[in-house]
Design a protein around this ligand. Structure first.
Ligand code: GTP
Length: 341
């Protein structure tokens, strides 16, 4: 089966971290999101994945490559962003017209069983789209779905404000039959959620498959990105649980000098260096970042290849853009956004 990952937005809600780093390369407990997604897709019989990209496309191609985690990776590059439907139209020849394919938003981390959703689609000849559903406390940011008792989707309301309490929403994971490609408007930007799904629902061609009991995160916003890291860190085998207060993760090739302290809920990607006298707690540090002596980092996210000079302090909620250098002695209070210094 072919899979397509929608990975072309600007990820504005992950700025400034997403300015230099595509969302698909954000580390999830030290592992790039793309690898987490490919490992998830593979058991469902996916052998080839198309990445639908535009912003930072060259960087993705260079860093992700054409073979990854045992899967073939192809690129469908949009000169202009085409939304969530247009990229499928653009990739039509790569997707082919013989069999259904899997589509996943490039910011989903979940253990929902993709084999089951594929099977639900195969078992029902009259359906053109099977979409995974999850229950969330506040559906207004998502596509709210109403189903009948046979799981046919009767209504699809994207980002409706007309809702009170929790609801079942589009999880950003679909199996689509090739017929759907013919129903995508033939030019410009298309929102599959607003322009295609409501029509499919009206024509009784769409069913839902509800994911219960496992986890599902949409990591496209900073608080959710922090939450996925924290919660998966708690479950991960690669974690150091020696600390009483909570787990930590230190990636390969990282160097922690002897008197540096890596406190609970710190996640350091590969090749991070933390020099003596520095203290890190409850923070995420991307790869190849250098923390000089006597820095204090608490509740922050620090991008890739950053250099924090001696004695730098970062307060809770701070975000440091990738690939910058912060001079010694600088202090940043709560919720600072550091773009250059
Ligand atoms: P924000 O700017 O923070 O809203 O993020 P986003 O641009 O990633 O948008 P959103 O989270 O709503 O998008 C859902 C999924 O579709 C994400 O995985 C995006 O990467 C992807 N996406 C959004 N717009 C485009 C686009 O124009 N082209 C492609 N190929 N993918 C897109």
């Amino acid at each position: 089966m072919k899979g397509l990952i929608l990975a072309g937005g600007f990820a504005t809600r992950l700025r400034p971290l997403s300015c230099s780093k595509p969302k698909l390369l954000f580390p999830i407990v030290g592992v790039p999101l793309i690898d987490v997604m490919l490992d998830w897709m593979k058991p469902a019989g996916v052998t080839e994945v198309i990445l639908a990209v535009n912003h930072l496309a060259d960087r993705m191609r260079k860093e992700i490559g054409e073979k990854r985690r045992g899967l073939d990776v192809l690129y469908s590059i949009e000169p202009e962003p085409l939304g969530t439907g247009g990229p499928l139209r653009l990739a039509k020849n790569l997707l082919g017209s013989d069999e259904p394919f899997l589509v996943i938003n490039g910011d989903i981390v979940s253990n929902l069983d993709l084999r089951k959703i594929v099977k639900a689609h195969e078992d029902n000849d009259h359906i053109e789209a099977t979409i995974a559903l999850v229950e969330v406390p506040d559906p207004s940011h998502y596509g709210l779905v109403r189903m009948d008792k046979d799981r046919r989707i009767k209504q699809f309301d994207e980002k409706t404000k007309n809702v009170d309490g929790s609801g079942v929403v589009n999880a950003g994971v679909y199996i689509l039959s090739p017929e759907v490609l013919e129903k995508i408007p033939s030019s410009g930007m298309v929102s599959i959620e607003r322009q295609v799904f409501p029509k499919l629902a009206k024509d009784n061609l769409m069913q839902g498959w509800e994911h219960r009991g496992g986890y599902w995160y949409d990591v496209g916003k900073i608080p959710d990105y922090v939450r996925v890291n924290r919660e998966l860190l708690e479950q991960s085998d690669a974690t150091n649980r020696a600390g009483k207060e909570g787990p930590t993760y230190v990636g390969r090739g990282s160097v922690i000098e002897q008197s540096a302290q890596i406190g609970a809920y710190s996640i350091l990607s590969d090749k991070v260096t933390v020099k003596s006298g520095s203290r890190i707690r409850d923070s995420i540090v991307f790869e190849e970042t250098l923390v000089e002596e006597k820095c204090q980092i608490e509740g922050a996210i620090v991008g890739e290849r950053v250099r924090l000079g001696t004695g730098v302090r970062l307060g809770p909620g701070s975000l440091v853009a990738g690939e910058i250098s912060i001079p010694a002695g600088r202090t940043f209070g709560e919720n600072s956004v550091v773009l250059n210094a």
